[in-house]
Design a binder for this molecule. Sequence first.
Ligand code: PLP
Length: 396
Amino acid sequence: MINAKYAGLGKVRSVIRELFEYGNARKAQIGADKVFDFSLGNPNVPPPAELNAEMLDLLNNTDAVTLHGYTSAQGAYNVRKAVSDYIIKSFGASVDPDCIYMTCGAAAALTITLCALCNEGDEVITFVPYFPEYAVFASQAGAKLVPVHTKDSTFRMDFQALRGALTKNTKAVIINSPNNPAGIIYSEAEIRELCAILEEQSRKNGAPVYLISDEPYRELVYGGEHVPYVMNFYKNSIVCYSFSKSLSIPGERIGYIAVNGEAEERGEVYAAVCGAGRSLGYVCAPSLLQQLAARMIGRTSDISEYKTNRDILCSALESFGFSVVKPQGAFYLFVKSPEEDAGAFAERAKKYELLLVPGDDFGCKGYVRIAYCVSRDMIERSLPAFRALAESYKNS
Ligand code: PLP
């Protein structure tokens, strides 16, 4: 008898993947330029020009063992040192190389972290709307994901709702800012209040409630917003970072876990991270990519391209009568569905060859997500389809 839980997970594709596959089939049928695929968060802006140069320099001037051999399970020392130096320099947080664990992107970072922290029956809180894979990662760790309501239409943190969700079983809270799918950034005031509540709950529980910050979009901010660094506000915190979006290299699978050097059980937490990585087989992230990350840390692809995409889409959609949550960061736009059922809206959008992801899987009914990390040309060509979609509601 094979494992039914995994077989089930393997058979059911996420709604996003389902739509992406539908888009590929539709493109083959009617032509790629006729389909407006806003389904996937695959960055279209190329990586920074220096990335290829750094890669070539590494390939030409580094010994084969450093490039292609095993590193320590937690990552090469020089890479972990580069990451911790960067965190100290940029955010003033207290970390060292033995707080850092290199991973295959944020997905592995989150799975390892949750497995490291949670015991069977623990609860992990997150705010709505949230990245749907959190539920899968939490379940892998034997924990239950507890989505917490946020303020209507702004998606700001609702502290009353948070207090109502905290229990003696709460092991961690995951935040994601800038947020996929709503693009909001939690302010310093929100982070401070969140941390004060978690301190209080930790005292009640007699054990830390950890704060996990999922940060694949940290650098993708528009208009000079500040993304507070959680380690500066809460000692029992862990950052799960990915280079996927900042450098436009999601297929290369590189990121890291940073455990706050000031965490109460810092040594035990890091040991558990290493143990979880070991038991999941997530050891020794790709060596070449580790070395590349160490060289590229702090640099980004041209984020201004996304800002222009955001501005074009927001103003066009609003002028057609749609109501949008203007994103402060990341590259997603959350649009209110003109009918109650966002799934029905997304189905109707397909008739106009617009592929939009219903928000239900993000824990939020009545919205669809548009990933605007796509070509400017496609955005501009899609606008008449959005207009026609809006008009179809006025006429019905
Ligand atoms: N967390 C969020 C909020 C994401 O949007 C994604 C990917 O889209 C991930 C984690 C996983 O990122 P990675 O490609 O680094 O595994």
